[in-house]
Design a protein around this ligand. Structure first.
Ligand code: ADE
Length: 237
């Protein structure tokens, strides 16, 4: 999979070269390119924002640098690959594991990380009409406001990239974890020692009866989900 990220703070994205995503890049399972939006400005101050039409607080990101930056990324396409263009914004649709799965099945993601009061709305509108683009998405990480889209882009990239074949050592862990195929939160996990600070690991987990362990884990998953995230449980009745 190829991923391009455009930001005014390319340094923010540096952790994407660490750990499993770094390894995936050295194995060529994943290619990540980071671009500085300011390289696509034409004035001496490398201006990327201006005051909003209609008034209001804050600044809005200019369409020209964004247009040029996304054009430049698209111009580097190879073999007719089409991209999904993602704007990370608190005004977007909520990102979740099902969306991560859909995105992991695509070939090319381009992230536009907005700052301030967002990017001039015509940028998304324009690129939705371009033949090189498969889909334009506005995605939010959650119902809170970050200082910019970089952290959201990194979270989405990590959630998507770990689903690619060859990125995670043991792919079984993908189906067993929270938000996996069951749609429930994962049961609590324990390791050695069996007793720590007077707290004992449930005996059943140490007895090696795999059927019983699986039953215990499903019951715990339901209980935990009911306590913490009842919204994830299927409707009863
Ligand atoms: N930019 C600022 N806040 C954000 C959020 N919650 N999700 C995605 N991008 C953002």
């Amino acid at each position: 999979m190829r991923i391009d990220v455009i930001s005014i703070f390319p340094e923010y994205l540096e952790p994407l070269s660490l750990s499993l995503l770094g390894k995936a890049q050295s194995k060529s399972v994943l290619e990540i390119n980071i671009h500085n939006l300011r390289d696509h400005t034409s004035d001496a101050h490398h201006t990327v924002d201006d005051t909003p039409y209609g008034g209001g607080a804050g600044m809005v990101m200019l369409p020209e640098p964004w247009g040029e930056a996304i054009d430049a990324v698209l111009a580097s396409a190879t073999g007719g690959t089409r991209a999904t263009l993602i704007f990370t914004t608190p005004a977007g649709a909520l990102f979740h594991q099902r969306r991560a799965e859909t995105l992991a099945a695509t070939e090319w993601l381009i992230f536009a990380c907005g700052r301030y009061e967002g990017i001039d709305a015509r940028v998304a509108e324009h690129f939705a009409t371009r033949a090189e683009i498969d889909a334009v998405l506005e995605l939010s990480l959650g119902d809170y406001v970050l200082n910019g889209g970089e952290v959201a882009a990194m979270a989405i990239i990590e959630a998507v990239a770990r689903l690619l074949p060859g990125v995670i050592g043991n792919p079984d862990s993908l189906s067993e974890e929270s938000h996996g195929t069951s749609g429930l939160l994962e049961a609590p996990a324990f390791t050695k020692p069996a007793i720590w600070r007077g707290l004992e690991v449930p005996a059943l987990l140490r007895e090696g009866n795999h059927g019983k362990i699986a039953e215990w884990r499903s019951a715990q998953a339901v209980e935990r989900t009911r306590a913490v995230r009842p919204d994830l449980l299927p409707e009863e009745g």
